[in-house]
Write a protein that binds this ligand. Structure first.
Ligand code: ADP
Ligand code: MG
Length: 143
């Protein structure tokens, strides 16, 4: 599904957003994407690109660091979660992501998925964003 796209390297924010738009074309309602990688790797910028790919326009995707989950009225709808501040799986479970996933009508993209490893379906697309130094980043698929 992503074999012809990933791994991919980018050398700018714009290139990462473009990669997100390309990735969006491979996603469908019910897709769950787990975005691994350090703070500042570029996960949120990738999500901006995914939202642009769904919306065909600029969507003001911001890091849901405090609210933890944002929903965007794109097509398909995008649910963006950032679990960085989540303490444990119970707290993550209370965010209702399982309901979004079970409903299957949105694409769910999660930063810091390791905070709640039990929440993600077996067919979750696990991706890693690596900081290569300067403005270079690599997006790759994890097993
Ligand atoms: P994360 O969500 O992984 O913590 P963000 O997407 O919020 O990361 O931030 C990435 C930071 O790295 C931003 O400050 C952005 O300007 C910078 N940056 C530099 N080069 C790139 C690139 N190629 N792709 C994405 N972000 C980049
Ligand atoms: Mg982020």
């Amino acid at each position: 599904m992503t074999d012809d796209l990933l791994p991919a390297e980018t050398d700018s924010v714009d290139a990462t957003r473009a990669l997100g738009r390309a990735l969006a074309l491979r996603l469908a309602p019910g897709s769950v994407v787990a975005l691994h990688g350090d703070l500042g790797a570029g996960k949120t910028h990738l999500v901006k690109g995914i939202a642009e790919g769904f919306g065909g326009r600029t969507v003001d995707v911001t890091s849901p660091t405090f609210t933890l989950v944002h929903e965007y009225a794109t097509e398909p709808p995008l649910v963006h979660a950032d679990l960085y501040r989540v303490e444990d799986e119970a707290e993550a479970g209370a965010l209702g992501l399982d309901e979004w996933i079970a409903a299957g009508d949105a694409v769910v993209v999660v930063e810091w998925p390791d905070r709640a490893p039990g929440l993600w379906p077996a067919d979750t697309l696990h991706l890693h964003v690596a900081h290569l130094g300067g403005d270079r980043r690599r997006l790759s698929r994890l097993p």
